[in-house]
Write a protein that binds this ligand. Structure first.
Ligand code: COA
Length: 359
């Protein structure tokens, strides 16, 4: 494994990578492949024009500075992240002809769980009829889906699971302050899910990287509601249960780390820009995506982009990109996935696509 440069002594870094090939029972290596993808977006849409009636902003500012035009918002009493995750998983099982009882494991990446406990993965499993198998949440903010994919792939590679569902789902509208123009224009709600199975050919997840630097906490976090500052009338009055973000600091971090992890994955896997069919970037800001593609020397027509219609859906952006572009994907297409988020966290994957078009 290539060691990334450590720019600051203060940084606490956690590194891990999934083995490119595992050799379990019988000595035969297994690769995990994405064999289906599905997504869910709640029907209500919040446009830039509507936001301009709520805070001091404009469609022109949001479009120019972020690339976002609209985002979906989950409305409805009692509906949490699990509702969207379950919708995505139901569609995934249906389109792939998978019965709930065939699923060996379900992992949900989310930063907006329905409850502190039980996990949203437990709730989704119950809602779709997946029973008596493991399910758990992964929390790595906007990098959560790639973290979850990395974990899931290892269950397939070591032969302990044959069908794993990985969900990325977030109801960001539940932790966004709709009086704060610097954050409320950025986020949306949604869910995406993939099915992982042992690859029939050689396509699938070739390599992953997950990284974290907890020194990034002050720049992006939710101040109250956890064990450090449990909820009180005062924390609610001070609006401490919403996303706190220092946009410029996050922006700088995001551009640097997205490019760094993509370049490292390219080097590790002997890829050059000409060999990459699609960059699948986390969708936080169109300018961050463009800067990443530019540093990788990739033309924008090979970059998946959904931010204009969904905004930043946190753990759901990557599976929603795959779902949106599914009909354009061909067996063998080489995908480079790159994400970053609160923590700070960042993560990437090199994947070859396992099937032609949509199902
Ligand atoms: C948030 C972000 C869009 C702000 O864009 P920016 O170009 O950096 O803007 P700045 O923060 O420098 O602010 C510039 C001005 O625009 C204003 N502004 C911020 N949000 C605004 C909005 N929605 N509408 C109009 N003006 C706005 C600021 O108040 C500031 O005004 P000032 O100069 O009078 O103080 C950008 O920093 C960003 O995308 N950061 C990364 C966020 C991210 O990726 N988060 C998710 C992590 S997973």
């Amino acid at each position: 494994m290539i060691t990334a440069p450590v720019p600051s002594q203060r940084r606490v870094m956690v590194k891990a990578s999934s083995a490119k090939t595992a050799t379990p029972k019988g000595g035969k290596s297994i690769r995990a492949a994405i064999t289906a993808v599905h997504g869910y977006l709640p029907p209500d849409v919040l446009t830039n024009a509507e936001l301009a009636l709520m805070v001091d902003t404009s469609d022109a500012w949001i479009t120019e500075r972020t690339g976002i035009k609209e985002r979906h918002i989950l409305k409805g009493k009692g509906l949490g992240t699990s509702h969207m995750g379950a919708e995505a998983v139901r569609g995934l099982l249906e389109k792939s002809g998978t019965l709930p009882k065939e699923v060996d494991l379900l992992i949900c990446a989310t930063t907006t769980p329905d409850f502190v406990f039980p996990s949203t993965a437990n709730l989704i499993s119950d809602m779709v009829g997946i029973r008596n198998v493991g399910s758990f949440d992964v929390q790595a903010a906007c990098s959560g889906f790639v973290y979850a994919l990395t974990i899931a792939a290892q269950f397939i590679e070591n032969g302990t699971a044959r069908k794993v569902v990985v969900v990325g789902a977030d109801k960001m509208s539940s932790i966004i302050d709709y009086t704060d123009r610097a954050t409320c224009v950025l986020f949306g709600d949604g869910a995406g899910a993939v099915l992982l199975e042992p690859s029939k050919k050689s396509h699938g997840i070739h390599d992953t990287l997950i990284r974290a630097d907890g020194a990034g906490m002050p720049h992006l976090h939710q101040k109250a509601g956890g064990s450090r500052m449990p909820p009180t009338a005062e924390t609610v009055a001070k609006r401490l249960h919403y996303v706190h973000q220092e946009g410029a600091a996050v922006y700088k971090f995001a551009v640097a780390r997205m490019a760094e992890i993509s370049t490292e994955l390219m080097l590790r896997n002997k890829l050059n820009p000409g060999k990459i069919d699609w960059l699948v970037p986390h969708q936080a800001n169109k300018r961050i995506i463009e800067a990443t593609a530019e540093r990788m020397k990739l033309p924008m027509d090979r970059v998946m982009m959904t931010i204009h219609k969904y905004g930043n859906t946190t753990a759901a952006t990557i599976p929603l990109c795959l779902w949106d572009y599914e009909t354009r994907l061909k067996e063998g297409d080489r995908l480079l996935v790159a994400a970053f988020g609160g923590g700070f966290t960042w993560a990437g994957a090199y994947v070859t696509w396992a099937y032609d078009g949509g199902r």
